[in-house]
Design a protein. Structure first.
Length: 233
């Protein structure tokens, strides 16, 4: 995977067995530079950052385990996104460490944009069109390497970058009959669409949710995500 900079989080032997028998890739949008980042760092090229994604998930799981054992691991706001997503995906009000570990150790987590964004108290940098375009080859390599059954996309902006045709689809208040939809697109609950990547003859289903960091990401996403998982192959 010569174009991948931020290596994905994956426990390969667990992933090969799948989560409930399905291979899931959870796809985030981008990282943000943390306080330890060198201001002169050439982000996306400095080798010490290769494990950034892996370390994010490790840190999150370490914090949850510490919290249950009344430890002193520091909470960071970004962790709420991972916690909320897992709660909603599993359909639980308050997921415990065992459930979290079982989920995250059986899936792949990867952030699409291969350059960390800058963040300050007053401003959060957003990926540019060039940032998205320059990350396409890397994501293609991830799909080829892991061949998931389902990709869960965090964010509708990222969905549009991956599936530009979405902008051209006419919005409808009613669910369209499947024969009226573009090829390889399936309508599921709440008028959301299960799309498709074609990789080496395999149809990889893709389902987008509102980014879990947003307040609009709520329990009603549990059912469509489970339906997406059920309809993936």
């Amino acid at each position: 995977m010569e174009n991948v900079f931020f290596l994905p989080w994956v426990v390969r032997e667990n992933y090969n067995r799948g989560y409930d028998g399905k291979k899931i890739l959870v796809l985030g949008e981008s990282h943000y530079r943390n306080k330890k980042c060198d201001k002169n760092c050439d982000c996306g090229k400095t080798k010490k950052c290769l494990d950034y994604t892996k370390n994010v998930v490790k840190q999150f799981l370490k914090y949850i385990k510490s919290k249950e054992n009344k430890g002193k691991e520091k909470h960071e706001k970004w962790m709420d996104t991972f916690y909320k997503f897992t709660n909603v995906f599993l359909g639980k009000e308050k997921v415990n460490y065992e459930d979290l570990e079982n989920f995250w150790n059986n899936i792949v987590f990867y952030n699409y944009v291969q350059k960390a964004m800058k963040r300050s108290k007053n401003k959060i940098e957003r990926p540019t069109n060039d940032d998205f375009d320059e990350s396409k080859k890397a994501f293609s390599e991830i799909l080829e390497e892991y061949k998931p059954d389902l990709v869960i996309i965090w964010g509708l902006v990222l969905e549009e970058k991956l599936f530009p045709e979405k902008k051209e689809e006419k919005l409808s208040k009613e669910v369209k009959k499947e024969e009226e939809l573009p090829e390889d697109v399936i309508c599921i609950k709440y008028y959301q669409k299960l799309r498709c990547f074609n990789v080496d003859g395999k149809k990889i289903r893709a389902f987008a949710v509102i980014h879990p960091s947003l307040p609009f990401f709520k329990d009603y996403y549990h059912e469509p995500m489970q339906e997406a998982l059920k309809r993936s192959t």
